[in-house]
Design a protein around this ligand. Structure first.
Ligand code: HEM
Length: 179
């Protein structure tokens, strides 16, 4: 029977929360709130100059490679699947966890589509800027390439065409990893 009086006594001891004295710790530590664009669902990035040169490789000529990859629909499926597989891949998932996968799926699709000459412009950042301070290693790079290979295989891209595409990506590894 002493429980109720004791509880009341303890309640009295809790200092009242004063709205004016509540500390905004995010502000104190300079943590900015990340607000997604209501239309695109993406988190805005710092301004940069947009150019197809940011894609890091010149496109294939002709329409053969684009057709082999299943046109824009096939390329989108491959880019998105690569991101999904990488997010679930215990070897590299942690690198993706704190980043905007909505934007990555769009920009990776654009980059692949541009390179495969399937009728897109690339609007993302260049490879060095996009992977700056991320600490990506060649081992991580190999894991991502395996995920891309699986995505291309699932989409029915022939082995020779897969390798032609990978050969265009390979020189980017030094900008991505800094190794
Ligand atoms: C040749 C290989 C690669 C290509 C072509 C590539 C392509 C891209 C592209 C197009 C972007 C988006 C740029 C933008 O937001 O403006 C990006 C961002 C990103 N990439 Fe890669 N990438 C490669 C390798 C890797 C690897 C190996 C990892 C990690 C294992 C990785 C992790 C990421 C992450 C986490 C982002 C998001 C960055 C952010 O939100 O600021 N990438 N990549």
């Amino acid at each position: 029977m002493i429980a109720l009086p004791l509880a009341l006594l303890l309640l009295q001891q809790v200092p009242p929360v004063d709205a004016e004295s509540a500390i905004d710790w995010d502000k104190e530590f300079g943590v900015e709130e990340q607000v997604r664009d209501p239309v695109t669902g993406e988190i805005p990035v710092d301004p940069y100059e947009q150019s197809n040169a940011n894609a890091g490789a010149r496109p294939f000529s002709g329409t053969e490679m684009a057709a082999t990859f299943g046109g824009q629909d096939g390329i989108r499926a491959i880019a998105e699947r690569t991101v999904d597989l990488s997010q679930e891949d215990p070897r590299i998932a942690a690198i993706f966890a704190a980043h905007d996968m909505v934007r990555l799926k769009r920009t990776l699709f654009e980059q692949f589509c541009y390179m495969l000459n399937a009728g897109c412009d690339y609007t993302g950042r260049d490879m060095a800027k996009a992977h700056e301070n991320m600490g990506v290693t060649m081992r991580d790079m190999n894991a991502l390439v395996e995920n891309l290979q699986q995505s291309m295989r699932e989409q029915g891209v022939p082995f020779a065409a897969q390798n032609r595409f990978l050969a265009k990506l390979a020189p980017m590894s030094k900008d991505v990893t800094g190794e």
